[in-house]
Design a protein around this ligand. Structure first.
Ligand code: COA
Length: 163
């Protein structure tokens, strides 16, 4: 299928910013796969399975969105699943350096796969998963950053002890 995209990310955890991107991408493509992937540069608060489960809850009303996870390269996942487009979101110029080099590296790995960038809405551009965790650990309100169900999952995770 041509009109199919993959939106990879750490999603540790999924935020209102990610949700808004997923909703917009789902209105453009016939099918969107939200892919929980790992970056070697990061250590994670939620396991890959927990991140995937939270995303599945978050996306349950979007009929053309599938959530899964993968331990290998995003380009390999896209090739294996006949997906020609990788979606990445930009919050501002700070994201550009990393995203442009990642897109170029992915292009070398899989020349037939395009990376498309989508701008985050300005009112959500301050959100990052790291800020969410920092606010949560310091017992601040997360209502402007994540959904109620994600906030509950973070609170429960903190009660079990930080990983
Ligand atoms: N709303 C909210 N936050 C957003 C956002 C948006 N619209 N867009 C980006 N972000 C934030 C995230 O919250 C995250 O914040 P954090 O750094 O504080 O955690 C940050 O931007 C980047 O997150 P994400 O988009 O999830 O990217 P990542 O750098 O964590 O993950 C992977 C990158 C997982 C997609 C990449 O490493 C990958 O594809 N891994 C698989 C292996 C692979 O193919 N590697 C080769 C890459 S060349």
């Amino acid at each position: 299928m041509k009109n199919k995209a993959v939106y990879p990310g750490s999603f540790d955890p999924v935020t209102l910013g990610h949700q808004e991107i997923i909703r917009r991408v789902a209105s453009i493509f016939d099918e969107v796969v939200v892919l929980v992937a790992d970056s070697l540069k990061k250590s994670y608060f939620f396991s890959r399975e927990e991140r995937e489960a939270l995303l599945k809850q978050t996306c349950r009303d979007l009929k053309n969105v599938k959530v899964t996870s993968f331990a290998g390269l995003t380009t390999q996942f896209a090739t294996d699943n006949d997906i020609g487009v990788i979606i990445r979101s930009l919050r501002g110029s700070n994201d550009w350096d990393l995203e442009s080099t990642m897109a170029q590296a992915n292009k070398k790995l899989a020349p037939d796969i395009e990376t498309l960038f989508i701008m985050t809405q300005p009112e959500l551009a301050h959100i990052s998963s790291s800020f969410v965790k920092e606010i949560a650990v310091n017992r601040g309100s997360l209502s402007h950053f994540v959904s109620a169900e994600v906030e509950k999952a973070i609170t429960d995770r903190l009660k079990r002890g930080t990983p």
